[in-house]
Design a protein around this ligand. Structure first.
Ligand SMILES: C[S@@+](CC[C@H](N)C(=O)[O-])C[C@H]1O[C@@H](n2cnc3c(N)ncnc32)[C@H](O)[C@@H]1O
Length: 253
């Protein structure tokens, strides 16, 4: 499996406005806090990247006694996190070998990352180990098997083949969590719509979407040219776009 070098992406990661706007109030964290009243909580944003999730949630939950933690493999991404938020314990480490004691986190969020883990079984073993009994692991990611008409795959077809090599489907995720002793609820939110190609051109040019770094330069340039041609010759040209997100809540029992 190819991997993305996030040290090279760190500088441009937050320039993708979709990514910044997309992070919302975490209702699952709110539910956990409501159903598990305690004097203090320990929350980990696993593979926190540039700290987009932490920045938002710390503001939203500022009246709750939460110790916030962020772990990431890339030092450059963690530096961006550090510039955004204070009072977070950051750790530069691999999910496959986390330098935490066992049974320490009440809630682990994991956004747009799972496909990056080379050894997913080992990652899940570690996640299970560091989660407290009754704690929640929330895996949130795009669900590529339900979005074959994503605009990325339309213009960069080899990207789909790369993604099929690194994404687990929903059954695998459900089963691998269940066999480890987690109680799993998984849902997929799907939408299909016409999108204006010109609205997406900047995202392709920025090349911060990981799969665009995994395809070869010729395929990338060829797709970008087609996209530029479509966007420039007919400013209002639209294509059909699939988008699907997976939300998986796994409770350690
Ligand atoms: C697409 S970014 C997502 C960042 C953040 N969760 C967000 O939603 O913006 C993927 C992140 O996963 C990190 N990552 C990749 N492999 C990892 C691993 N084995 N252990 C820990 N973090 C990893 C990368 O360094 C990068 O910051």
């Amino acid at each position: 499996m190819k991997t993305t070098n996030y040290s090279e992406i760190a500088e441009k990661y937050d320039k993708n406005q979709f990514r910044v706007d997309e992070i919302r109030f975490d209702y699952d964290l709110k539910d956990y806090l409501k159903n598990n009243e305690k004097s203090e909580y320990n929350v980990l944003d696993l593979s926190c990247g540039t700290g987009l999730y932490l920045e938002k949630q710390i503001n939203y939950f500022d009246d709750v006694n939460i110790s916030w933690n962020g772990l990431d493999l890339s030092d450059q991404m963690l530096q961006k996190s550090n510039e955004k938020v204070r009072n977070v314990e950051f750790t530069n480490a691999n999910v496959e070998n986390m330098p935490y004691q066992s049974d320490v986190f009440d809630f682990i969020s994991n956004n747009y990352v799972f496909h990056h883990y080379s050894n997913k079984e080992k990652a899940l073993n570690e996640i299970y180990r560091v989660l407290k009994k009754g704690g929640i692991y929330k895996l949130h990611n795009i669900a590529i098997h339900d979005m074959p008409k994503w605009w990325i795959y339309h213009y960069f077809p080899t990207a789909y083949h790369e993604d099929l090599k690194r994404y687990w489907n929903k059954e695998d995720i459900f089963n691998e969590l269940t066999v480890r002793g987690l109680e799993v609820t998984l849902k997929i939110e799907y939408r299909m719509e016409n999108i204006r190609v010109s609205d997406y051109l900047d995202y392709a040019v920025n090349r911060d979407i990981s799969v665009l770094t995994l395809i070869n330069d010729e395929d990338y340039e060829e797709g970008l040219e087609r996209m530029k041609f479509d966007a420039k010759t007919h400013r209002d040209k639209t294509i059909v776009n699939d988008f699907a997100e997976m939300f998986c809540i796994a409770k350690k029992i």
